[in-house]
Design a protein around this ligand. Structure first.
Ligand SMILES: NC(=O)c1ccc[n+]([C@@H]2O[C@H](COP(=O)([O-])OP(=O)(O)OC[C@H]3O[C@@H](n4cnc5c(N)ncnc54)[C@H](O)[C@@H]3O)[C@@H](O)[C@H]2O)c1
Length: 391
């Protein structure tokens, strides 16, 4: 029997850009947020803002995991501590929602997969929440019901411009902090995960070309919160060891539903594309029709036909099928977007926990997160060797 979501209690690690996005979404779902962990000052401020009773400063996540008042841990800290914090949370018997990427290397993320596979292990999700935009679920339904026919190819991009200037700084720019791949690891994996989810199968091989436009950048002393603007006169130069943009070809495997087999995809990924703020755009092209979507216009999809008129289908109207209806809360014409995709994702994870794992697993698992890290390693290898590499 399912328990109400408000009986589940969350503890959040990290108080930067994305931590409060998790907190807000959980509060909108009626989940209790009982604990926060971060730097002593920011954890206190976050607790005061959101009314969170238990505060764990000095990044002392182990103290938070010892709390009997936390059922689910949300890991929203920088990438380099995801695996260590995930393993400790699982060892403490906590369910986990871990931010992407799951870790820095496939060697370390394999450790999480091994623990999650054990009988009785807690539920583990990686926050590839783009799966939970109703538009993405609708595109998945179109593909998997054969309404687009055999899928021929997939094309798209993920473009941002917040790292366009040499003076833009964030820990992600340093391979030691964010991982060897930056644009592809940070946002490209959202694109690849969304396409894998829609197609119903994973990418198996890649051919990539990566480029670093700003070989030298300038950083302030101390840390900068994601998307924050800083004053250039306090800057120090440093050599950049991560890519600004990349072009990636992907070969997908065979899907059980029979409409995808060896499908080819190409994606352009950039964090230096002036004017684009957060454009995850993709088009799926089949023998009977195509479908296109851009996260910057999240409420509609464009369906293309050769011999019939094209259509623009809108969320929460007749063009979106019944099975997508459970992932949207507001009527048509009342836009839902980025914060709602987080809410729908956490609802799916918490319902899975509350139902004793009876609901379908649409969310990205530890194995999915691990595969994304393996793909990143294959992409880096391919770019250096200039050949196809299997993941
Ligand atoms: N799913 C998404 O759409 C999405 C969007 C943004 C970020 N992210 C992911 O979320 C994570 C955080 O990104 P952000 O943009 O919020 O970064 P950020 O720099 O704005 O915030 C990071 C937070 O983690 C804290 N922190 C640093 N070291 C820590 C430690 N050892 N233990 C606990 N907390 C620590 C920092 O004090 C800060 O509060 C990254 O892994 C990133 O890839 C995901």
């Amino acid at each position: 029997m399912s328990i109400p979501l408000h009986q589940l209690r969350a503890g959040v690690i990290g108080t930067g850009f994305i931590g409060p996005v998790h907190i807000e979404a959980l509060k909108r779902l009626g989940v209790q947020v009982t604990a926060i962990c971060g730097s002593t000052k920011s954890a206190r401020a976050c607790a005061d803002q959101w009314g969170i009773p238990e505060v764990y400063g000095d990044y002392d996540y182990r103290a938070m995991f010892a709390s009997p008042n936390v059922d689910v841990v949300h890991i929203t800290s920088p990438n380099k501590v995801h695996v260590e914090q995930s393993l400790a949370a699982l060892a403490a018997g906590k369910h986990v929602v871990c931010e992407k990427p799951l870790g820095m290397t496939a060697k370390e993320t394999a450790r999480v997969v091994a623990v999650v596979k054990r009988r009785g292990a807690p539920v583990f999700a990686v926050n590839y929440m783009c799966r939970f935009f109703p538009a993405v679920l609708q595109m998945r339904a179109l593909v998997q019901r054969g309404e687009l026919g055999q899928i021929i190819h997939v094309q798209g991009h993920f473009f941002q411009d917040w790292l366009l200037h040499a003076t833009d700084y964030n820990w992600r720019l340093l391979a030691s902090e964010g991982g060897q791949l930056r644009a592809v690891g940070d946002i490209g994996t959202h694109w690849i995960d969304a396409v894998s989810f829609i197609l119903g199968t994973r990418a198996e091989a890649v051919f990539a070309h990566l480029e670093t436009f700003h070989k030298t950048r300038y950083r302030p002393r101390g840390e900068v919160r994601t998307f924050a603007k800083v004053v250039p006169k306090t800057m120090l130069p440093y050599r950049v060891d991560t890519e600004d943009f990349g072009s990636v070809l992907l070969k997908f495997g065979r899907a059980k539903h029979g409409y995808v087999n060896g499908t080819h995809a190409n994606a352009a990924i950039s964090q230096v594309a002036a004017g684009w703020k957060c454009s995850l755009a993709l088009g799926i092209y089949g023998t009977k029709g195509s479908v296109r979507w851009d996260l910057q216009q999240p409420n509609e999809i464009h369906v293309g036909r050769r011999d019939e008129p094209n259509q623009v289908l809108q969320r929460a109207t007749a063009g979106f099928s019944e099975d997508v209806a459970g992932y949207t809360d507001y009527p048509g014409g009342h836009p839902e977007g980025f914060p709602d995709s987080h809410k729908m994702h956490y609802r799916a994870v918490y319902q899975h926990i509350a139902s004793g794992r009876k609901t379908p697993v649409l969310f990205a698992t530890a194995a999915d997160g691990h595969h994304e890290v393996k793909l990143c390693e294959a992409i880096l290898k391919s770019s250096r060797a200039k050949r196809w590499v299997r993941a």
